[in-house]
Write a protein that binds this ligand. Structure first.
Ligand code: OGA
Ligand code: MN
Length: 292
């Protein structure tokens, strides 16, 4: 990380906020400190959305947000997504999902391993989650890092002849495949979430930058290609985009608000010693557009 973070002064109406920012990894992601999202209003929130659109990942330090305040901030980005598994949401707030190994009154209050394995959120939907926001309330002393891969850098680093072959390919994302991988048997007639095709090369609406938008877990084939061949190609590309040179590793501190752009990143959670430590994270998702 650069030794001298640059200081940005943000004029918000009558007040002047001093926001400190610094790059997280080579050209990817931004760390922000010196702001209080709970006290800030729409102008501060809009400024953060603007930064988010161009940096892929934001880490905003030292935030104290109630679930209601996190949800209000989430709305600055768009429409929050409601979760299917209501048992892991905050009572009365189905948009706030709990990631935790905590037990309360003999009941699991959250999902322990929502995000193990490289993926982009809800890519099995026609309109996958646009962004994901995790607020850390309690973090293990070790483990549970969240890793993020820069899919624009991965795309840019490919030679032109490889780009020409991949551009235009349509990848099949499948909820059914993901469930099979997790060992969850679906009713064969259940087509509530049908397979969907998404472009392999995704263009970001903010500036047209391109991302090699593949994933693992949900990807079940490529349109017009033999399935075995397609799965081998997807596996090779997943290994390529998740090389260390494209990855930022987030080590959690209490009060971190981590926001990633699912349109141009992949991520994975990592394990921690659940017998020794407790983790409590509140997650919100913003509904996305159809990828183009
Ligand atoms: C998620 C996810 C990773 C983590 O909630 O979608 O991938 O580190 N989480 O909790
Ligand atoms: Mn995830």
């Amino acid at each position: 990380m650069p030794a001298n973070p640059d200081r940005g002064r943000l004029s918000l109406g009558q007040r002047l906020v001093t926001m400190r920012t610094r790059a997280l990894a080579g050209g990817f992601g931004l760390e922000i400190s010196g702001i209080d999202l709970a006290a800030g209003g729409p102008a501060l929130h809009a400024a953060i959305v603007e930064l988010f659109n161009f940096h892929g990942v934001l880490v905003i330090r030292d935030q104290r947000l109630t679930p209601e305040a996190q949800l209000a901030f989430t709305r600055a980005f768009g429409e929050p997504e409601t979760n299917q598994r209501l048992e892991y949401t905050i009572p009365g707030l189905p948009e706030v999902y709990v990631l935790s190994n905590r037990m309360e009154d003999g009941r699991k209050i959250g999902d322990v391993d929502a995000g193990q394995g490289w993926h982009t959120d809800a890519s099995y939907l026609e309109r996958p989650a646009m962004c994901t926001m995790l607020l850390a309330l309690e973090v293990p002393d070790e483990g549970s890092d969240t890793l993020l891969a820069d899919l624009c850098a991965a795309w840019n680093a490919l030679p032109d002849d490889r780009k020409a072959v991949l551009d235009g390919m349509q990848v099949r994302h499948s909820w059914r495949s993901l469930m099979a991988l997790k060992g969850i048997a679906l009713d064969p007639d259940d087509d509530s979430i049908p397979d969907v095709l998404h472009p392999m090369v995704r263009r970001h609406p903010a500036d047209g930058r391109e991302a090699l938008w593949i994933s693992t877990g949900t990807t079940a084939g490529i349109e017009g290609m033999d399935t075995g061949e397609a799965l081998a190609l997807l596996e090779e590309l997943a290994a390529y985009v998740t090389q260390e040179r494209f990855v930022f590793r987030h080590k959690w501190r209490v009060g971190d608000l981590l926001i990633w752009d699912n349109r141009c990143t992949l991520h994975t959670g990592t394990r921690f010693d659940v017998a020794r430590y407790q983790r409590l994270v509140h997650r919100t998702w913003v509904r996305g557009e159809r990828p183009v």
